[in-house]
Design a protein around this ligand. Structure first.
Ligand SMILES: Cc1cc2nc3c(=O)[nH]c(=O)nc-3n(C[C@H](O)[C@H](O)[C@H](O)COP(=O)(O)OP(=O)(O)OC[C@H]3O[C@@H](n4cnc5c(N)ncnc54)[C@H](O)[C@@H]3O)c2cc1C
Length: 412
């Protein structure tokens, strides 16, 4: 079977590795001329790590990432609201990893090259359009230098081209575009002193401003780790379009982020010093798209952010792309015809991911700190009088069950 994958991001590369295990040799077409290790930290949850472990990638992940042990939710004064073990410490049979997105992409890319050969990834190929004939799909590209490479003939085409997917645009030319919830995020990472046990994630604040802090590399010989930080600010109600186009690599300035960072008092970390020392950091509006009625049209389908971009709450963007990849490959292995496989894949994954998109809009598990801030914006003496344990449990663990990552759902 000929398979063309559009986009060498987390979803596209993982799909290629899984297809290779089935004896299929896909080709990935990537718009960038070279794959640079872009982005900052992300979390990949056990249900997705299980899939990467089955690809034999655990030792490589351990070399570059952190096995997250604990997650603490707090208000902006650092008062604890919820604390829970993660990964192996929470009873999963595989870890959760906090990792630099670019390094994860680099690891996957290197593995694709080793297992499928360098020619499996064609960089500088900007997907423009496809047409489907009776027995195949013809994909057209523009080279990064403006030339038009030969069209590609394939049996199936998988659009893994991210939040601004051109494959999706062709399927839905009338799409109303990205929806923004009015929240701007500033994201950076730098080598610094570890905090707490060097494997803990802190999410603090509430509806108006949030802070996310976690380490993303193992400590080096000098005991330093890369620390990832995110500061958010709700600038509006989302009825306006974001002030600047959504670009994961848009650089920002201290003037923009410090006024929001100053609202936090987190004793474990000198946040302002951390931000001031960060060589480059980025701004990104919290944007998603409405769930689609269909991803699959004949021999063409969508996967990952191209199919279901979601707000980055609850650590699910990369995780769900990886789970999509597994589901698609399982269906390709078992279905009689590729078209049936792509349809079965959509039937399995579309409802689940649509539900996560919608729940993330309500705050996801972070709804627990939003709720405390709403009820008690100046802090609290006794948390239980603000919100009961049961209510906190319901918000955080209810989300885990929905997104499919309680230990009972994940362990095999
Ligand atoms: C540069 C970059 C930085 C990011 N940084 C972060 C981050 O810091 N935090 C976070 O939570 N998420 C980040 N993300 C998003 C995150 O990677 C995804 O949410 C998640 O991993 C799902 O992966 P995906 O494969 O669906 O999409 P992505 O990982 O976004 O990959 C999409 C790929 O498709 C390629 N592509 C796009 N258009 C075309 C086209 N027309 N033709 C061919 N190829 C195309 C892109 O260059 C990219 O390589 C980033 C994405 C990118 C592209």
């Amino acid at each position: 079977m000929r398979v063309a994958i559009i986009g060498a991001g987390i979803g596209g590369l993982t799909t290629a590795l899984m297809l290779q295990r089935l004896g299929i040799r896909p080709t990935i077409f990537e718009a960038s001329r070279e794959i640079r290790e872009l982005g900052v930290g992300i979390n990949v949850l056990p249900h997705a790590i299980r899939e990467l472990a089955e690809l034999g990638l655990l030792p490589r992940l351990d070399a570059i990432a952190v096995r997250t042990r604990e997650l603490i939710y707090a208000n902006r004064f650092g008062q604890e609201i919820w604390r829970e073990a993660r990964g192996l410490d929470a009873g999963f049979d595989v870890p959760q990893f906090s990792i630099h997105r670019g390094r994860l992409q680099g690891l996957l890319r290197q593995t694709v090259i080793e297992r499928l050969g360098a020619e499996a990834i064609r960089t500088g190929h900007v997907f423009r359009a496809f047409e489907e004939t009776e027995g195949e799909v013809i994909a057209r590209f523009e080279a990064a230098d403006g030339a038009a490479p030969d069209p590609v003939h394939t049996d199936i085409l998988i659009g893994c081209d991210g939040i601004h997917s051109a494959v999706r645009r062709q399927l839905y030319p009338q799409d109303k575009g990205l929806t923004w919830n009015g929240v701007m995020m500033w994201r950076g990472a730098l080598d610094s002193e570890p905090f707490l046990d060097s494997r803990t994630m802190i999410i603090a604040g509430g509806f108006a401003n949030k802070l996310v802090l976690y380490p993303i590399t193992p400590p080096d010989n000098a005991g330093r780790q890369m620390i990832n930080w995110v500061v958010t600010h709700r600038m509006g109600d989302g009825s306006e379009p974001p002030p600047r186009r959504e670009d994961w690599n848009r650089a920002s300035t201290l003037d923009e982020v410090l006024p929001h960072a100053e609202k936090f008092r987190i004793k474990e970390v000198d946040l302002l010093a951390l931000i001031r020392r960060t060589p480059a950091f980025y701004e990104y509006p919290m944007a998603d798209r409405d769930p689609l009625p269909r991803w699959t049209f004949g021999r063409v389908t969508l996967l990952g952010d191209a199919a279901h971009p979601m707000y980055p709450v609850g650590s699910n963007g990369a995780s769900q792309a990886i789970i999509d990849a597994r589901a698609l490959c399982d269906r390709l292995q078992s279905a009689e015809h590729p078209r049936a496989a792509l349809e079965a894949f959509e039937n399995e994954r579309l409802p689940k991911t649509a539900e996560i998109v919608r729940t993330n809009r309500l705050g996801g598990p972070e709804g627990v700190i939003d709720e405390v801030e709403r009820r008690s914006p100046d802090g609290f003496d006794d948390l239980d009088t603000v919100i009961s344990y049961d209510e906190r449990f319901q918000i955080v663990r209810g989300y885990a069950a929905l997104a499919g990552f309680t230990a009972a759902q994940v362990n095999r």
